[in-house]
Write a protein that binds this ligand. Sequence first.
Ligand code: AMP
Length: 205
Amino acid sequence: MNIILLGAPGAGKGTQATRIQENYKVKHISTGDIFRYNIKQQTEIGVLAQSYIQKGQLVPDEVTCKIVEIALNEINNENFMLDGFPRNINQAQVLDKLVKIDKVIDISVDLGALTERICGRRSCTACGNLTHVSRLGGKNTCEKCGGELIQRSDDKEETVKSRLAVYSEQTAPLIEYYKAQGKLVSVNGMGTPDEVFEEVKKVLG
Ligand code: AMP
């Protein structure tokens, strides 16, 4: 089954993607992760992507669609889960021409709760585990491996505002787009990661 994970920044796509990948045979393709890897390596794509990501804007479609096409070619017809792509109608139309999508899981959350969720988000520099400051009791080490935790530079408040605006204007219309295709399933993203994953399992069957 080929899946798309849809949802606003901070809805928990990355957290659910990790659980889905551990429990179902799907390759995880995250455009955000690909951009962050390229930024770390300071590749040409990374330098370009950084200038958009740090302002909370979308990286241009030509670049984003190309990296997705390459990632899809690399997985050799295996089932996949797209996380963070598509993010606008044009990207969805490009994707429709490339592959068949079976299900689109929309993780729906109260947009008002998101700024606090995103600004408190921390990721482990060693294992990539995602957590939230409210769970750390003042510590700055990963609960899973003890590694150092950092805040993503685009998780700062000013950038988060424009990421949420971009979501409402450009990404949210995809809910109707995939509803019209009969592929959309919604899960309530307001619970704990385990509770949300229980819902995800129900819709994935
Ligand atoms: P994410 O980790 O999915 O929140 O992505 C981090 C940032 O990478 C986003 O705020 C965008 O600037 C950029 N990005 C990720 N996926 C896309 C996409 N499909 N189209 C354009 N920009 C993207």
